[in-house]
Write a protein that binds this ligand. Structure first.
Ligand code: TYD
Ligand code: MG
Length: 446
């Protein structure tokens, strides 16, 4: 018997309240040793090997890619699925994971599909499917769409081995369980064993497989990190429950880049693709202080966002100092506030600062820094910024503004969608621009 930390995956032999590795409390869970499979191979015999070019049929070329029928999904996967590829798709409850997979399934209606429905009944799936297929009767959707309510991993694996499916969806990994473990479904050992069994059978039969994984309150996929390691691709569907846009983002991809995002709009008839997302995150123009337009490069596409900030005197709220960040990481906001206080001429030590990226996009790219600083300064000084200007640049600890590598793509797109000017850090721009470009080197210049 051993214990595994749900947060970091560290194994330890005895239980303790605090994980000895990552220091989190209450994350150690019981897990059983995997039974060693009895096979005929003698331990110590040399492993077999072969030339990498031995078997051409094992190679993946671009024509072995299978389109999901949605360009936004294909882009995130890297032009489609690969036979035997296992994709873990995760996100908050109710964000639209099952809806998205249902829609992908509908695009595969000519093919044979297995949907393991551990969370919803086939009846529920059926009614959703009919709704997503614009009320076509279920017989027209396709007789090849198979569902199973069996949640025993061994039975599911045996079924996959026996039948020839073209696509498998497991919704969700937390709802199925294996006989190899006595733990309850959703526990670490179950998730790990079931994940490994399903991945193995998908690889052997060369069938693409989507596995839905629930996330825990910390935002990680519930279960050990090992699940993320064994699958080929980890996707997150994110967005604000109260906003119609959903972003599909790659966290890991063995067969493509993780820079790309897919953008969808949740409508009454399911998720619709947003072909050009550059302006969808901008709300109606607000003509008040504390708002600045920033831009980030998401894979091959530029997305403009409105950064809002509110700076208030501490006395008005009373309690401890507040730095609230929505859509960016809190430490980044703390750092930018410190830089603004010391180098930017806006003292924030006695103020509460709130920052929000409108539209539900989570941004890690530091080139949003300049827009955040501009919004903070605008709120602190109560000065309305020009909404025709875009701010792009990374802010350093000495108050310097650096250029970002994607800035020329951002400027091109800003010009195309009609922005009048851009305030950027020091960077080399290839061609002459029609748009007024102001290069600044210090944060005091905004
Ligand atoms: P769902 O796919 O069940 O979420 P998950 O599998 O990630 O838990 O999505 C459910 C939400 O999507 C629910 O709040 C309603 C909404 N929705 C629509 O707005 N339109 C639709 O056509 C569908 C099917 C769902
Ligand atoms: Mg679901």
């Amino acid at each position: 018997m051993k214990y595994i930390c749900t947060a970091c995956g560290t194994e330890s032999l005895k239980w303790s309240g605090k994980c000895p590795s990552c220091g989190q409390w209450g994350t150690l869970e019981e897990s059983e040793e995997l039974p060693v499979e009895k096979s005929g191979t003698k331990i110590g015999t040399a492993a077999k090997y072969e030339s990498i070019f031995q078997d051409e049929s094992k190679a993946f070329s671009s024509d072995t890619r299978i389109s999901t029928g949605y360009t936004e999904v294909d882009r995130v996967l890297g032009t489609g699925l690969i036979p035997g590829e296992v994709v873990l798709i995760s996100g908050e409850p109710g964000i639209g994971k099952s809806t998205l997979l249902m829609q992908v399934v509908l695009k595969f209606s000519e093919k044979k599909i297995l949907y393991v429905c551990g969370e919803e009944s086939p009846g529920q799936l059926n009614s959703r499917l009919v709704r997503l297929a614009n009320n076509k009767s279920s017989s027209k959707i396709g007789q090849n769409f198979m569902v199973t309510e069996d949640i025993c991993a061994e039975n599911i694996v045996a079924l996959i081995e026996k039948e020839n499916f073209d696509l498998i969806v497991v919704d969700s990994i937390q709802s199925i369980s294996s006989m190899q473990s006595r733990s309850y479904p959703g526990s670490i050992s179950q998730v790990r064993i079931c994940g490994a069994m399903l991945t193995h059978v998908a690889k052997i039969k060369r069938i693409p497989m989507f596995i839905v994984g629930q996330i825990n309150k910390g935002g990680d996929i519930a279960g050990p990190k090992v699940l993320e390691h064994i699958v080929d691709c980890v996707l997150y569907l994110e967005g604000d429950q109260f906003n119609q846009y959903r972003i599909l983002r790659g966290m890991k991809n063995r067969f493509g880049s993780t820079n790309e995002i897919g953008v969808f709009e949740m409508t009454g008839s399911g998720l619709q693709e947003v072909g050009n997302p550059s302006l969808v995150f901008l709300e109606n123009d607000t003509k008040s202080s504390g708002s600045a337009i920033g831009a980030v490069l998401q894979g091959s596409r530029v997305v403009f966002v409105e950064v809002q900030s509110l700076v208030v005197e501490r006395e008005s709220t009373g309690g401890p100092m507040m730095r609230v960040a929505n859509g960016i990481k809190k430490p980044r906001l703390d750092m930018l506030c410190a830089v603004m206080s010391r180098k930017g001429g806006v003292f924030l030590g006695d103020k509460d600062v709130f920052v929000n990226i409108v539209g539900g996009l989570n941004i890690n790219d530091p080139c949003i820094d300049l827009a955040i600083c501009a919004a903070i300064k605008s709120s602190a000084k109560d000065k309305v910024l020009d909404k025709e200007s875009v701010y792009v640049g990374e802010v350093g600890l000495t108050g310097e503004v650096r250029g970002s590598w994607g800035v020329s793509a951002i400027i091109d797109e800003a010009q195309r969608v009609g922005y009048k000017s851009a305030i950027i850090g020091k960077s080399k721009l290839g061609k002459a621009q029609d748009i007024a470009v102001k290069k600044i080197s210090q944060i005091t210049s905004i």
